[in-house]
Design a protein around this ligand. Structure first.
Ligand SMILES: Nc1ncnc2c1ncn2[C@@H]1O[C@H](COP(=O)(O)OP(=O)(O)OP(=O)(O)O)[C@@H](O)[C@H]1O
Length: 258
């Protein structure tokens, strides 16, 4: 197995409509590390993690996944990604189970139907996020917080070595946040690498090894987890801040570890 780090960006730049959203970022995420990417709205957090995975092209610099540029990387079963939201559903609606099962695709041998291991991993992921009883429902009929849990389950089902999550706790109630913390603690204990984009860390804070704080497309601070005062100050400055309870409904409670 190669000793290249799970994720590494050197001088990464991204432009949107002529404006730089990422302005020369150097970032190395080591194996087994739990990294938090913090910063105000629009500071470039999502762009950074998407660019790390090759989901937006770089206009300068380079990025590698286990030592391989994203365009040539093939071992996608090692990578899990939780986007901020479910893509708008056109065409045939997908059930919760179908979306979670799609997280196994990179693990399946070509042309093979789902194995019992695939089905067991999907069941375990659905249970972990407390959505086993919603498996047959159309995902687009769920609340925003529940859809986020579907996306988390999809990534967990793939049993990735590196898990990149873009604000998994925004709009998710406190009980589900605590349950996610338990799931991530277990993954970290098994040596998985986690990159977590967050507005505030909440119950995830004790898990964090290192933080980078984005400002205007650059890494403004890097180091040990900041004191809670950091996130309070950032929220006070940020008129668009949405707290973790925004949109949370009592029916969203139910994500659990195990
Ligand atoms: N697809 C896009 N097209 C044009 N501009 C974009 C696109 N994606 C992001 N941007 C811009 O790039 C900048 C960084 O956005 P990004 O979403 O990375 O910030 P963020 O820190 O993740 O914000 P948030 O906390 O709101 O998710 C913002 O000015 C944003 O408007």
């Amino acid at each position: 197995m190669s000793s290249a780090p799970p994720l590494q960006m050197t001088g990464g730049r991204v432009r949107f409509d002529g404006r730089e959203a990422l302005s020369g970022v150097d970032l190395r995420v080591g194996a087994g590390e739990f990294l938090a990417v913090l910063g105000a709205n629009g500071s470039g957090k999502s762009t950074l993690v998407r660019a790390l995975l090759g989901l937006v092209p770089l206009s300068g610099g380079r990025t590698e996944i286990y030592g391989v540029p994203p365009a040539r990387f093939r071992d996608w079963k090692r990578v899990g990604y939780v986007p901020q939201r479910l893509p708008a559903g056109g065409g045939v609606p997908a059930t919760v189970r179908e979306i979670v099962a799609s997280g196994r695709v990179a693990r399946r041998s070509r042309w093979r139907p789902a194995s019992s291991a695939d089905r067991a991993a999907v069941d375990a992921a659905l249970r972990a996020v407390g959505l086993a009883d919603r498996a047959r429902d159309s995902a687009h009929l769920l609340s925003g917080g529940q859809q986020r849990r579907v996306l988390i389950a999809r990534a967990l089902a793939g049993e990735p070595d590196v898990l990149v999550m873009d604000e998994p706790t925004a709009g998710v109630d406190a009980a589900s946040q605590a349950a996610l913390a338990a799931i991530l603690r277990e993954l970290a204990g098994r040596g998985r690498t986690v990159v977590l984009v967050a507005h505030e860390l909440g119950p995830l804070e004790p898990l964090i090894d290192r933080c980078v704080v984005m400002e205007h497309g650059r890494v403004a601070h890097e180091g040990a987890p900041p004191p809670p005062a950091w996130s309070r100050a950032a929220q006070a400055e940020d008129p668009h801040h949405h707290g973790p309870r925004e949109g949370a409904r009592s029916d969203e409670i139910g994500m659990r570890a195990g």
